[in-house]
Design a protein around this ligand. Structure first.
Ligand SMILES: CC(=O)SCCNC(=O)CCNC(=O)[C@H](O)C(C)(C)COP(=O)(O)OP(=O)(O)OC[C@H]1O[C@@H](n2cnc3c(N)ncnc32)[C@H](O)[C@@H]1OP(=O)(O)O
Ligand SMILES: N[C@@H](CCO)C(=O)O
Length: 399
């Protein structure tokens, strides 16, 4: 049996797989930042728009506001079912809601889509000043720029200080940046599966993924957004996702799950696939339908440049500023962001008592999958009120 026996491919994705103007908004809202956003590079980015979603009700003084920050291919839909504008359920649905770790009866949860992304916030697939997609003209972004945009969103919502900033992976990098650059606005901190600075190996993984996208002829130097369906750099983006997804899982998990078995109905000796290949193809195929390659490059570049100590006298000195209560949590089987890196981070953060671990066979993706364990860390950081405590909340409508 050969590859033609594999399930039929999905219809061709649009050139840019992110959500575009005119797509159903679901429960998302937007804030447009009035002034051009000054970037670390010195460039000023005009017309920045951030998409966000909220759950729960805000206290009049915003003291119950919690910022939840997503990872590389996440979005503002942290919780809630799939529906219009949201093809998948929330990526932390088990954690956000009434009675859950981020109990929306108490906390006002805000989840923005990252600057540079493709799920409603400004990124390479968004219209530039001339109305055509930014494409190759989109400026180089850093994690600090992303947090500057999130701070502008907080300003627009009238939230001066978050009760907690919580994030995993790229979201953890941004949470850490909030704590160091804006400690007075970060009441407490939860960093999951993220380092103080990208390591050589993490940069290497990121750079081969960027290379896979840029070497696709459909990339066209980054200016492919007006190409017909199927004309974007989908092969390159798919290959980037395959590479990345291996790093998101653990070797024992892949081994016990797939071993060397062929995909049912296929023969690897005759052009067919192993099960693990089919699994990676599946994840690649799903991503190219929902994500923009230009965003993938911009966000991976930002993660590669992540270094909390850059220009701040090094990580040790920078992290001293972040005195708020903090939890640093790693996944014991994470080979992409190994716990040893987070142990160093935990040792340098004044508000922590050492690294905490999620026990998981799944590797890096454990921060998304092990919601029971992650939830108990969230509860530790943000304990529920005693039943005898009267509700402190004075509720008001969102602007
Ligand atoms: C904060 C954020 O990062 S938001 C972004 C989070 N979401 C993503 O990253 C989407 C990509 N998915 C993932 O990374 C992971 O699937 C997670 C972390 C979300 C969930 O992990 P798990 O529950 O362990 O799912 P797993 O990786 O096993 O994938 C299951 C899928 O593989 C498919 N699959 C399993 N074996 C095979 C195979 N041999 N061939 C083809 N497909 C296969 C399943 O049918 C299932 O498909 P579906 O998701 O379309 O229903
Ligand atoms: N599955 C996660 C892994 C990166 O942390 C994502 O795609 O965002």
């Amino acid at each position: 049996m050969n590859r033609s026996a594999a399930p039929a491919a999905l219809p061709l994705p649009p050139a840019s797989g992110g959500r575009r103007e005119g797509d159903p908004p679901g429960r998302r809202r937007w804030v447009t930042i009035e002034d051009p956003l000054p970037l670390e590079s010195g460039v000023r980015l005009p017309g920045v728009r951030l998409a966000y979603e909220t759950w729960g009700q805000r206290a009049a003084d915003s003291s119950n506001a919690v910022l939840v920050l997503h990872a590389l291919t996440g979005d503002s839909h942290a919780a809630g079912p799939a529906g219009p504008g949201h093809p998948t359920p929330g990526w932390w649905d088990a954690l956000v809601g009434p009675g859950r770790a981020l109990d929306t009866a108490r906390w006002f949860v805000v989840a923005p889509n990252v600057l540079g992304g493709c799920q409603g916030s400004t990124g390479p697939s968004s219209p530039g000043p001339d109305g055509t997609p930014w494409g190759s003209r989109f400026p180089y972004l850093t994690v600090r720029d992303q947090v500057a945009a999130e701070a502008a969103l907080a300003d627009a919502l009238g939230i001066g200080r978050w009760a907690a900033v919580v994030g995993g992976s790229m979201g953890g990098m941004r949470a850490l940046e909030w704590a160091v650059s804006r400690p007075e606005r970060t009441g407490s901190l939860l960093v999951l599966a993220a380092p103080a600075a990208a390591s050589a190996e993490q940069i290497a993984w990121g750079s081969v993924q960027i290379g896979a996208i840029r070497s696709d002829p459909g990339w066209r130097g980054g200016d492919y957004h007006d190409a017909p369906p199927g004309g974007g750099p989908h092969r390159g983006l798919g290959q980037a996702r395959r590479i990345a997804h291996i790093t998101y899982r653990s070797e024992p998990e892949l081994g016990s799950r797939f071993g060397g078995a062929p995909q049912p109905g296929e023969d690897p000796g005759r052009g067919g696939r192993y099960q693990v290949e089919s699994y990676l193809d599946h994840h690649a195929g799903k991503l190219v339908h929902r994500f923009d390659a230009g965003s993938y490059v911009a966000l991976t570049e930002a993660m590669n440049g992540h270094d909390i100590g850059r220009g701040r006298g090094g990580a040790e000195r920078a992290l001293r500023r972040a005195e708020m209560p903090a939890l640093v949590v790693g996944v014991d089987s994470d080979r992409l962001y190994p716990p040893s890196q987070q142990e160093e981070l935990a040792a340098l953060l004044p508000g922590t008592e050492g690294l905490r671990l999620v026990n998981s066979p799944y590797g890096h993706d454990g921060f998304l999958i092990e919601t029971g364990q992650v939830g108990s860390f969230v509860r530790e950081l943000l304990p529920p009120p005693s039943p005898l405590t009267p509700s402190p909340l004075l509720l008001e409508e969102l602007p």
